[in-house]
Design a protein around this ligand. Structure first.
Ligand code: NAD
Length: 309
């Protein structure tokens, strides 16, 4: 990557959803300060998705303008993501960067979860990101430039007690991101997934006060600044990144070498169990970015000796 004195975003149009508080607000202030024209989107609802208050987005826009930056407010829910993108294109004539960040929580164990808890989380996190991205996509393609960050979560990557709905939506965003990277590659559209950790009103529900005091959203900003910059290398598109407490890392899939067995009439669970060690052994694992070559594997498998029952 290039290392200019100061990474800047002059004349880039950046849309940040859920930019009225927490991480989104920190992103919006940063990009405006570094020369971008920012759409500050926020519904201004409660942390569980109820209500609406336009003053939340307005306050961030005012802060940006008072500091000499350029920003407009958008009060739409990401569930109507096309309106958020329309705000950007009507105000600034383009969109370069989309940060899908808006989020809510409806934490409840599977045993007690209601359809509405599931549906609302999927609607805001997953369908919301789809709506904004779909609307931005034709602009990105036409410009042959676009950057998308989808906000995932460690809850999605690893699972978390009481967050089945949220975890499902957050991991779905990883698959969505990997697909955006593949479809966007030839148009210089790059997409990455981010699992952040920082103090916000969402983590206030689960973290103790000392952790809240220690985890500043500002520490996630540097990673997002790099991920949406024009210098992000193509091979990092589709990547999954974590940021927490000043620590930044990348995750990838790992596939064991596995067991290859001849697909004949004696291929049973009993036969597979004899090779089970190979299935679950990660020695010399590979790090795939696509499916294993099924036809090649089948060809090799058919050359193996027949299975003994
Ligand atoms: P936050 O509650 O401070 O910010 C979320 C913002 O999104 C709020 O201002 C809210 O009004 C807005 N919002 C909610 N629903 C919306 C909708 N339908 N349309 C538009 N705006 C909406 O929380 P945060 O921690 O800053 O969360 C930002 C993102 O980061 C979320 O996607 C969250 O799931 C994710 N995340 C945060 C953490 C963390 O440690 N803070 C960890 C993992 C993931």
């Amino acid at each position: 990557m290039t290392s200019p004195q100061q990474i800047r975003y002059d004349n880039r149009v950046v849309v940040v959803t859920g930019a009225g508080s927490g991480l989104g607000k920190a992103y919006a202030l940063f990009f405006a300060e570094r020369g971008a024209k920012v759409v500050v989107n926020d519904l201004g609802g409660a942390f569980n998705g109820g209500g609406q208050d336009g003053r939340v987005a307005d306050a961030v826009v005012s802060e940006i303008q008072r500091a000499g930056g350029t920003a407009v407010a958008s009060y739409d829910s990401v569930e109507n993501g096309e309106r958020i993108i329309a705000t950007a294109t009507q105000a600034f004539g383009r969109i370069d960067v989309l940060i899908n960040n808006a989020g809510i929580l409806r934490d409840v164990t599977l045993r007690n979860m209601k359809d509405e808890d599931w549906d609302k989380i999927i609607a805001v996190h997953l369908t919301g990101a789809w709506k904004t991205t779909r609307a931005a996509w034709p602009w990105f393609r036409k410009q042959r430039y676009g950057r998308v960050v989808n906000t995932s979560s460690t809850s999605g990557l690893y699972g978390n007690f009481g967050q089945g709905n949220y975890a499902a939506a957050k991991l779905a965003l990883v698959g969505f991101t990997e697909t955006l990277a593949k479809e966007g590659a030839k148009y210089n559209i790059r997409a990455t997934a981010l699992a952040p950790s920082s103090a916000s009103r969402l983590t206030a529900t689960v973290w103790p006060p000392e952790m809240m005091a220690a985890m500043d959203p500002a520490w996630v900003v540097p990673l997002v600044g790099v991920l949406v910059h024009e210098s992000l290398p193509a091979h990092l598109s589709g990547g999954i990144f974590e940021a927490a407490a000043g620590h930044y890392d990348m995750l990838r899939w790992e596939r064991s070498r596995g067991a290859l067995l001849r697909p004949d009439e004696n291929l049973t669970p009993d036969v597979l169990l004899r090779s089970w060690d190979k299935v679950v052994d990660f020695t010399d694992a590979e790090h795939p970015r696509g499916v294993a070559g099924a036809m090649g594997l089948l060809q090799r498998a058919n050359q193996l000796p027949p299975n003994v029952p």
